[in-house]
Design a protein around this ligand. Structure first.
Ligand SMILES: O=C(O)CCC(=O)C(=O)O
Ligand SMILES: [Fe+2]
Length: 346
């Protein structure tokens, strides 16, 4: 009991000190990020709720009038429904999709880029970093990670990071000004018959930020065999993860343990055609199901209330979309985690 209290106090001190350093330098000391994870686990999420309430007082949502996106702007009733399902279930699948052409443009560019090979075997085998272009006819790794600076240089991706609908949905959920972070794009081919831990094919919760809403975009058709993203309904809520699981910290969980705890019915397997957009509070349990055949190209990013946590900034080498430039001037906090190249300084 006393040991617990001492540990809690110590971690709050590290966290508050880290927040101070972060506000001065933009960087989070590793120890402070570790304290965020530990306090999430010890308080079943209450620490994050408290911190995000504080942040939302300092950074209340933007007034965003624009309806200039390529996704339809939604009536207030529909926005309320999305908000309610995010709060209750932790996810929302949008009725609107990216067009096939939009997805194809991104996919084609992903094939030209040298990806970082990843996966349990790759990590063990190569040790050092290894890069290769994705070749669907001969995949050699469970995970092909497209380097982040290449992703942010793609025109269509820049269109997505100034898409008013996504920003509006996120800031309603966060109750604060959102910041784009955690941009990733990965090919997950079928290469083996056991789920890959490195490739996020086992259940886990994310904890890179204090509060965030993560968006997933399917750039290929995804059915039950080609690696759908999966989520445990309601597991994002405060108190929803049992103590014995939280006591393991940031650990991966087996399907069996997850189903024992939540029941198999609480698992949502998001199947959907290319262009499907999912919003999810990924502090709840989620994974990418191991593909049994074919492959999946997934784009993801989150909108967070603060960049405190993982020190992962994004570079913008070229601004390719006029609305992106406009938004960067008008809503600077959205791009607080982006470093614009000198020639693109706004
Ligand atoms: O590949 C997936 O569907 C899961 C990805 C994931 O865990 C994440 O983006 O946080
Ligand atoms: Fe994750």
């Amino acid at each position: 009991m006393l040991r617990n209290l001492i540990s809690l106090t110590k971690n709050w001190v590290f966290l508050i000190f880290g927040l101070l350093i972060h506000s001065l330098t933009g960087k989070t000391p590793q120890r402070a990020h570790a304290s965020l994870v530990l306090l999430f686990c010890k308080t079943k999420g209450k620490a994050n709720d408290f911190l995000s309430l504080m942040i939302s007082m300092f950074y209340p949502p933007y007034e965003i009038e624009e309806t200039s996106g390529f996704l339809r702007s939604l009536p207030i009733k529909e926005m309320d429904e999305i908000q309610a399902s995010l709060e209750k279930d932790g996810y929302h699948v949008f009725k609107e999709r990216l067009t096939a052409d939009f997805c194809e443009q991104i996919l084609q560019q992903s094939l030209k880029i040298e990806c970082l090979l990843s996966g349990d075997e790759v990590t063990a085998e190569f040790g050092r970093r290894k890069y290769a272009k994705y070749d669907a006819s001969n995949p050699v790794a469970a995970f092909y990670i497209i380097p982040e600076d290449e992703i942010t240089d793609i025109k269509e991706i820049q269109q997505l990071v100034c898409e008013p609908l996504l920003i509006k949905v996120a800031q309603r959920y966060l109750k604060a000004k959102p910041i784009f972070s955690g941009i990733s794009m990965r090919w997950s081919p079928h290469v083996k018959d056991t789920p890959d831990s490195e490739a996020a094919q086992l259940y886990h919760f994310d904890m890179e930020r204090i509060k965030w809403l993560r968006f997933f975009f399917y750039l290929t058709d995804v059915d039950s065999d080609t690696g759908p993203h999966c989520f445990i309904k309601g597991s994002h809520r405060t108190g929803a993860i049992p103590k014995y699981m939280l006591d393991q910290g940031y650990a991966r969980q087996s399907d069996d343990d997850i189903f024992k705890e939540y029941g198999k019915d609480s698992q949502i397997e998001f199947t959907g055609g290319r262009g499907t957009i999912i919003a999810e509070d990924s502090r709840g349990f989620h994974k990418g199901k191991m593909p049994n055949k074919g492959d999946r190209l997934l784009l993801a990013f989150e909108l967070s209330t603060s960049t405190f946590g993982a020190n992962k900034r994004h570079k913008i080498r070229n601004v390719r979309v006029p609305q992106f430039r406009e938004f960067a001037l008008k809503y600077p906090r959205l791009y607080h985690n982006f470093d614009f190249a000198q020639k693109e300084k706004l």
